[in-house]
Design a protein around this ligand. Structure first.
Ligand code: 5AD
Ligand code: SF4
Length: 452
């Protein structure tokens, strides 16, 4: 492989983990493109490979090292040519493990934590000159300022439904979670930056924006009226952007579901009837050990208020089974809560011990087989609920946002207000169109529909 004069270097980015990483990867690609790189989907032709990693559970973190093992072989083949391959680890594993990565995986040339991406081009240049770079400073305000440097063409490539980061980090310190350590303290992006990015996105064809934050409903900022705004006010302001059809936000914490945000669900037609509100566990004892700052009753109360203003709202959640000290009784309480609330969708995980978190040092760790059995039972129930929710949609009329081509040639995939994938005939329109349909079929993970 040789580099031809005038040819641009190519970057391949592989993303692990949450939507925040998906968003960050996109902005990293934009920044590198503005610095002379070209994006590629073909790993073998990449001059720079970035693994944007996740540290949330052990499995996620370990995946990175097996991927580096594969990349090492590719890099060795390339070293015989005049076109070396630079390997970088970014994201939360980079932040958590820092220089340890360089020791454990000598093939890695650079390590850059999530709050350093505004310097990414410089970091990459140093690595290309032979330095083994480790950057793990927290400079989130700088990062936020630099996020909006995308060109209109780059923004268009984000599709018709896209993410916009409004908040990063976490001050809650749940005892199972690495996020406060990998993403740092809670920081909100200023209103003006958010509005600028939203307008640019809409001008480039985005119709649905999902506001992102590890604690999105803890967002706050100085509003245009000189008052301190919370997420409800920000949503109201975004709702005034012409051409922006739909708003969503994720992920929320129950203690930050304030009245203003709940009322926004009543007032704003463009705010979609979907709420991802993790509860993690169904027993007060475990919630306390998790340092969640609320009880099951508080959670019930919030869900009740949200359902009062928006009766059709789809509730989604996250659950952890096998947190240290979780008894059979505690776990049954989780199943009871799930039956009581009724989830349209949910994510559930076995508790994974994360080094450096208080949970790792707790006694009464739950044996793996017990975790496995509990997870199976919980997932069976959640799947049942999701299927029932989808089935109940049959016969309903709804407006969907056409998003992308389907698996079959004559199909398009749209998104329902409740975040379900809806398969329709491609003659219905083009991505970006809002179309009125009637739901005619339901599968566990998608719906099908006909125009009305
Ligand atoms: N083990 C298992 N699941 C976890 N989560 C966060 N930390 C852990 C952990 N140590 C889950 C929580 C969170 C979601 C993003 O990941 O349910 O809401
Ligand atoms: Fe994973 Fe959390 Fe980092 Fe997202 S913020 S990539 S979920 S560790």
């Amino acid at each position: 492989m040789t580099m031809h004069p005038g040819e641009r270097k190519k970057v391949f980015v592989k993303t692990y983990g949450c939507q925040m990483n998906v968003y960050d990867s996109g902005r990293m690609q934009d920044a590198l493109e503005n610095d002379g790189y070209q994006n590629t989907e073909v790993l073998e032709e990449a001059d720079l490979v970035l693994l944007n990693t996740c540290h949330i559970r052990e499995k996620a973190a370990e995946k990175v090292y097996s991927e580096i093992g594969r990349l090492k072989k590719l890099k060795e083949q390339r070293s015989a040519t005049n076109r070396p391959m630079t390997i970088g680890v970014t994201g939360c594993v980079a932040q958590a493990e820092g220089s340890e990565i360089l020791k454990r995986a000598p093939a890695v040339d650079l390590v850059a934590g999530p709050q350093t991406y505004h310097n990414l081009a410089g970091i990459v240049r140093r690595a290309e000159l032979g330095e083994r770079v480790v950057e793990t400073e927290f400079e989130i305000e700088e990062k936020f300022r630099q996020l909006a440097t995308a060109t209109p063409k780059q923004t268009r490539s984000r599709g018709v439904a896209a993410f916009l980061t409004v908040q990063e980090g976490c001050d809650k310190f749940c005892t199972f979670c690495v996020v406060p350590y990998t993403r740092g303290a809670e920081v909100s992006r200023p209103v003006s930056q958010i509005m600028d990015e939203a307008r640019k996105m809409v001008a480039a064809g985005v119709r649905e924006i999902t506001l992102l934050g590890q604690n999105v409903n803890a967002w706050h900022g100085l509003g245009a009226d000189g008052r301190e705004w919370r997420l409800g006010e920000l949503l109201r302001e975004l709702a005034t952007v012409d051409g922006l059809e739909r708003l969503r936000y994720t992920t929320s914490h129950p203690v930050d579901m304030d009245r203003g945000l709940i009322e926004a669900h009543r007032e704003l037609d463009c705010l979609m009837p979907y709420l991802h509100l993790p509860v993690q566990a169904g027993s007060d004892r475990i919630l306390k050990a998790m340092n969640r700052h609320h009880t099951i009753d508080d959670y019930r109360h919030v869900i009740g208020m949200v359902r009062e203003v928006r009766p059709d709202i789809a509730i989604s959640g996250d659950f952890i089974v096998g947190f240290p000290g979780e008894s059979d009784e505690d776990f049954e309480a989780t199943l009871d809560l799930v039956r009581e609330i009724g989830y349209a969708s949910a994510f559930s995980f076995k508790y994974s011990t994360r080094p450096g978190t208080p949970g790792a040092d707790m006694e009464n760790q739950v044996p793996e087989p017990v975790k496995g059995e509990r997870l199976q039972r919980l997932q069976a129930l959640l799947n049942e609920q999701q299927e029932a929710f989808n089935r109940d949609c049959i016969g309903q009329e709804m407006v969907i946002l056409l998003e992308k081509p389907g698996r079959k040639q004559d199909q398009l995939i749209g998104r329902s207000p409740y975040l379900q994938s809806v398969i329709v005939d491609s003659s219905l329109g083009v991505p970006g169109d809002m179309v009125h349909v009637r739901i005619t079929g339901a599968a566990p993970n998608s719906l099908s529909a006909k125009p009305v």
